[in-house]
Design a protein around this ligand. Structure first.
Ligand code: SF4
Length: 299
């Protein structure tokens, strides 16, 4: 094992638990989002061809036939040129006989830098799924959290991935705009999601991570978080205003460790049932006397 290929934290979506995690970069080139501490202190680096090939050969020699899915890491593997990404995907197809698909996080600026034709080439070469942390569709919120794009750009990112034929998993963060911006964030996010029409939709609740800028803002009294019932009120607004065609099958999940109550539905078909479940959750959460959701020093 070459430990220097995994010498800083490696993150992956839960659904990639059985995938071969192939690191193309270390850290995140953007590394500015105020709520994120994932790669703080990790100098951004694009791995060399040799470093990438070494990981692939290791997986090949260990269990080549067992590699079906590959997750391209770290925070924004798509910062690599399309030419290099196509070369990596060609190697995966050549060496792993049961290779089904590659996936990656989609940092917004990486997607906007690539042309529709390049995204289509990547999809055809095996990059079938993108995990897009849109967080919000609201320009003011996106500016506050330093996401690096505005509302219209955040929509364009999602639409480009879908237009390229990729599956798209979009994540939004409940509570990211604090108490003051909650309604604006919810309505703009619902509009953005309606325009994107993602394959999968996830909603996580804001957690204030140690080392993140947002936690420092909270400690200085500059950020006012929503209580648990407020997070669910926000989710209610998003789902209520989400406008998807009847023919759509968007799998909604809100079952992250940060969420108080796990929820799932296929949208738009199960929208009425989902709204009912959220309303019930709001009533239950309002009964909570003490809540300490934002004390996440252990993370
Ligand atoms: S783009 Fe992703 S990994 Fe990079 S700072 Fe933002 S949330 Fe963190």
């Amino acid at each position: 094992m070459y430990f220097d290929d995994y010498d800083s934290p490696v993150f992956r979506p839960p659904s990639e638990a059985y995938s071969f995690i192939l690191r193309l970069t270390r850290g995140c080139a953007h590394n500015k989002c105020t709520y994120c501490n994932m790669y703080r202190g990790v100098p951004f680096q694009v791995l060399t061809d040799e470093e990438i090939e070494r990981q692939i050969m290791l997986a090949h020699s260990y269990n080549g036939a067992g590699v079906r899915r590959v997750f391209l890491a770290d925070g924004d593997a798509l910062v690599l040129s399309t030419e290099r990404l196509l070369k990596v995907l060609a190697t995966l197809r050549r060496l792993f006989p049961n290779f089904e698909r590659a996936s990656s996080y989609a940092a917004p600026k990486d997607i906007l830098r690539k042309s529709p034709e390049e995204l289509r080439q990547l999809q055809e070469a095996g990059l079938k799924l993108l995990y897009y942390g849109m967080e919000s569709g609201d320009t003011e919120t996106l500016k506050e959290i330093k996401k690096g794009v505005d509302g219209p750009q955040s929509i364009e990112v999602g639409q480009r991935a879908i237009a390229a034929g990729m599956e798209l998993s979009v994540m939004v963060i409940l509570g990211i705009a604090g108490r003051e911006g909650s309604k604006r964030h919810a309505l703009a996010t619902a509009a953005a999601l309606s325009a994107i029409r993602p394959t999968y939709l996830g909603a996580i609740s804001l957690m204030l991570y140690r080392g993140s800028e947002l936690k420092e803002q909270f400690e200085r009294g500059e950020f006012h978080p929503l209580p648990p019932a407020g997070l669910m009120e926000e989710l209610y607004l998003i789902i209520e205003h989400l406008d998807l065609p009847e023919t759509e099958h968007c799998l909604f999940r809100s079952n992250h460790i940060s969420n108080y109550i796990p929820l799932k539905a296929t949208l738009p078909k199960e929208k009425p049932q989902l709204l009912k479940a959220i309303r019930y959750s709001i009533d239950e959460l309002k009964k909570m006397k003490d809540w300490d959701v934002y004390n996440h020093d252990k993370y």
